[in-house]
Design a protein. Structure first.
Lengths: 313, 203
């Protein structure tokens, strides 16, 4: 237990990479495709090349933790995806907390249980892959924070004090070791919001889980997920949050798609939820058509209006 | 009338239960649990379900009381947010325990109705190499959104990726395992733990 818990951004990413391997997120490319595109647009502006590989599959951690996959399968899939990343020679960046958590956890298991690594290599060996191991896995939020000053310098549409409540999601901070901030009380998203000219809001249930984790939205929606989200949104509204940002498309689904159901029960919050990348892209002047806000259930229009962003901007 | 305290009978306890539950060796430090209760304090589910108590479930696994958690609805409630793990002073990965408790429950056909949706999603993901790819109507919506942004209409997943994903499903026995689970065999579960705290009237 002598590993370092919190690392400085320039220790975590000593040198800003020229190119990254962007790990496709299922939800981030289908439910909210604007998430994936926003990252590509931001990194284009920052001069970082984005490489994606069509041979990469789902990280397959989510359904494992729902007990829907056997661990042997998810370990095999992780080893296969990691071997594709290793072959590219680029640092892997994910944009979903789920992918981050599951890839880190499953590679950690293989690092510390050679039998599991051998098992996984046995499986993927028959498909022509080999997983070496020892890789670092990054989340794009780490890159944003590392490049906070560069991003601040490129802002062309400042957020004009927009009151933004951040939602960190669980599976980045829950990793506990080698992360950018204190898992108990993080604040690096708020620093990013300030850099973009917004007003970060520390609402009471800021760190509360999105409630959709491991599919409880399918099994315990009425008795658990909705009262849970009610608490979260209530505290956000009381603190005057105008927009919630996430760094996980999965959290985005929970926080955005569930609001009409709460409204039907008489609890209308109407707080738009977008990805941190989409907000950064917006501040950096990326055309709004490139950010896919059409995918959102709760309309983002009032935020765009406040920022003075219209169609074609 | 004499009321006896509910007691566990030694004969009903399962010897070496902890090793049987943690068959994948993912939570090997469970015995170091200090019963400090930080897991319960950090748990969003416990705050809404007075009878959900990770500390008590850990105790039952360690003492061998299999019947109580196996037939409980509580084990199906965990969000896997890992708030318990973040707060744990001895780094017990409780979510990994829950995952394995659920595998044991599925083996014993308890609470299958909480598993059925994921069986469906998993078999669907086998065809796409993506999780939660929707049906025809949803696909159209995704393609419209992506096209409007000027990117490929569908996430670029190669045929090779899909074929190899499917192959891994079959090689690891996951397809067979999923197909063998029949939700008609479902044995009902109920809230079996005693409520430990006062329910918040507001929620």
């Amino acid at each position: 237990m002598n590993r370092v818990r919190v690392v400085e951004p320039d220790q975590r990413i000593p040198e800003v990479p020229e190119a990254i391997f962007l790990f496709r997120s299922c939800t981030g490319s289908m439910e909210y495709p604007g998430t994936e595109n926003a990252i590509k647009e931001i990194l284009k502006l920052l001069g970082i090349e984005v490489v994606m590989d069509p041979d990469q599959t789902c990280c397959s951690g989510y359904l494992l933790t729902c007990s829907g996959y056997l661990p042997e399968f998810s370990l095999g899939v992780t080893a296969r995806n990691m071997s594709i990343i290793e072959k590219s020679g680029l640092p892997p960046y994910v944009f979903c907390n789920g992918c981050y958590g599951y890839l880190s956890e499953l590679t950690h298991i293989m690092e510390h249980n050679p039998a599991y690594k051998d098992m996984a290599n046995g499986l993927i060996g028959s498909l022509g892959y080999h997983y070496k191991g020892g890789n670092n896995i990054f989340h794009v939020q780490e890159l944003y924070y590392r490049l906070k000053d560069e991003i601040a310098g490129k802002v062309v549409r400042p957020l004009n004090g927009l009151r933004v409540g951040c939602h960190y999601g669980c599976h980045y901070l829950a990793n506990q070791y080698g992360i950018l901030d204190d898992g108990g009380y993080p604040a690096f998203h708020e620093e990013l919001i300030e850099a973009l000219g917004g007003t970060p809001v520390f609402y009471k249930e800021r760190q509360m889980c999105c409630g959709y984790s491991v599919g409880r939205g399918f099994t315990h929606k009425e008795e658990l997920v909705q009262p849970h989200l009610y608490k979260k949104f209530k505290s956000a509204r009381e603190a005057g949050v105008e927009l919630i940002t996430t760094v996980c498309p999965g959290c985005n689904v929970a926080l955005d798609r569930e609001q009409p159901a709460l409204a039907k029960k008489g609890y209308e919050f109407d707080i738009p939820v977008i990805d941190m990348g989409q907000l950064i892209a917006l501040a950096l002047g990326v055309p709004v058509e490139k950010l896919g806000f059409g995918a959102n259930t709760v309309s983002v229009d009032k935020v765009l209006k406040k920022l003075g962003v219209g169609k074609g901007d | 009338m004499v009321i006896f305290l509910p007691r566990e009978k030694a004969g009903e306890l399962v010897d070496g239960l902890y090793k049987k539950v943690d068959s994948y060796h993912l939570v090997e430090n469970l015995e170091s649990c200090l019963a400090c209760g930080k897991c319960v304090g950090n748990c969003p589910v416990a705050s809404l379900t007075p009878s959900y108590n990770p500390r008590q479930i850990i105790r039952d696994v360690l003492t061998g009381n299999m019947r109580r958690w196996l037939q409980s609805e509580e084990i199906w409630r965990c969000f896997w947010c890992a708030g318990c793990y973040t707060g744990c002073p001895v780094d017990i990965h409780y979510p990994m325990l829950v995952m394995q408790l659920r595998f044991r429950a599925i083996e014993n056909q308890y609470g299958l109705k909480y598993f059925t949706p994921f069986k469906r999603f998993a078999l669907r993901a086998r065809e796409d190499a993506l999780t939660f790819a929707p049906g025809a109507k949803g696909r159209e919506r995704i393609m419209r959104l992506r096209t409007a942004m000027g990117v490929s209409p569908w996430p670029e997943v190669s045929e090779k990726a899909v074929a190899e994903y499917k192959a891994l499903f079959d090689m690891t026995g996951t397809t067979e395992w999923l197909n063998a689970i029949n939700d008609e065999d479902d044995k009902p579960v109920s809230l079996t733990y005693a409520a430990g705290r006062i329910k918040d009237e507001q929620s």
